[in-house]
Design a binder for this molecule. Structure first.
Ligand code: SF4
Ligand code: SF4
Ligand code: SF4
Length: 266
């Protein structure tokens, strides 16, 4: 076992015990709080993201953020044409406006919006139904808002997949390892029979880095603290009209989409 893998498993083990790993990023809820799926009183930090779809100009812009995520997280490439679609494993992907905002589309929206692709990932919801239904607490919410997934505690019941209104979770129907294009030894692989999803790059945040997709997005994605009124993230939110996915289900996503409005500096 590599040192990095050992370190990861130590972090995952501490996380599964609900212990504090880092004062700001990794203080976890108690099991009772985690299973409730409810927010704790403000910890002064709630991590979130904006995605400015106007800044995605071509397919390469989308592929760059997908590749950045999937390559460092050992996400297998199970091609739907070659494998059954249900086998697909994804942490970040794209879909149409109509599928992204089904309650918010109308026939008069500009054609360029209707034909645009939207990057999708786990929304790290403030009220995450996936956490509420997990019988083993393999998925849990941290005080900083990140909804994490511990593959070592996952029994593959897929209750979380049924509960997530966004299709943000993937199940490994087959052993994913043969389908990893180039394995990154610094991040653990998963096994057949477990669920996985975007983690908001918790392992990079621990090193003071931005999420990988944000880093390569050329300014189209902004990550930060929603609870900090002076953060760049809040500046983006206060100067643009944004949408969250499926507001009617009450999950309160932490991912916001910039659809239009004035540009922002810095
Ligand atoms: S998007 Fe889905 S998987 Fe992510 S926190 Fe919300 S309900 Fe859970
Ligand atoms: S599949 Fe895993 S993470 Fe999802 S609800 Fe079941 S045990 Fe929890
Ligand atoms: S935040 Fe990290 S884990 Fe989530 S989609 Fe972006 S790169 Fe992947």
């Amino acid at each position: 076992m590599s040192v990095d893998r050992r370190k990861f498993l130590k972090i995952a083990g501490l996380a599964s015990l609900g212990l504090a790993l880092n004062p700001s990023d990794f203080i976890l809820m108690s099991p009772a709080e985690a299973s409730s799926g409810k927010s704790l009183p403000s910890s002064g930090e709630r991590l979130g993201m904006t995605i400015d779809v106007r800044k995605f100009k071509n397919d390469a812009d989308y592929q760059r953020i997908i590749d950045a995520c999937h390559s460092i997280h050992n996400v297998p490439t199970l091609i739907p044409e070659k494998n059954d679609i249900k086998n697909e494993v994804k942490w970040i992907w794209t879909d149409t406006y109509g599928h992204t905002f089904p309650e918010q589309i109308n026939e008069y929206h500009p054609q360029d919006i209707k034909s645009k692709k939207f990057p999708l990932l786990c929304n790290h919801c403030d009220h995450p139904p996936c956490v509420r239904v997990c019988p083993t607490k393999a998925t849990f919410k941290s005080k900083n808002g990140i909804v994490s997934q511990d593959p070592h505690r996952c029994i593959g019941c897929r209750f979380c997949m049924a509960a997530c209104p966004y299709g943000s979770r993937s199940f490994n129907w087959v052993d994913p390892r043969p389908y990893i294009a180039k394995r990154d030894p610094s991040f653990p692989t998963r096994t057949m029979g477990v669920v996985e999803k975007c983690t908001f790059c918790v392992e990079r945040l621990a090193k003071g880095l931005q999420p990988a997709c944000v880093e390569v997005s050329k300014g189209a994605m902004v990550f930060g603290n929603l609870a900090d009124a002076h953060s760049k993230l809040r500046r983006v939110l206060s100067t643009h009209y944004t949408l969250r996915r499926k507001p009617a289900v009450g999950t309160m996503p932490s991912v916001f989409y910039v659809i239009g409005g004035q540009d922002y500096a810095g």
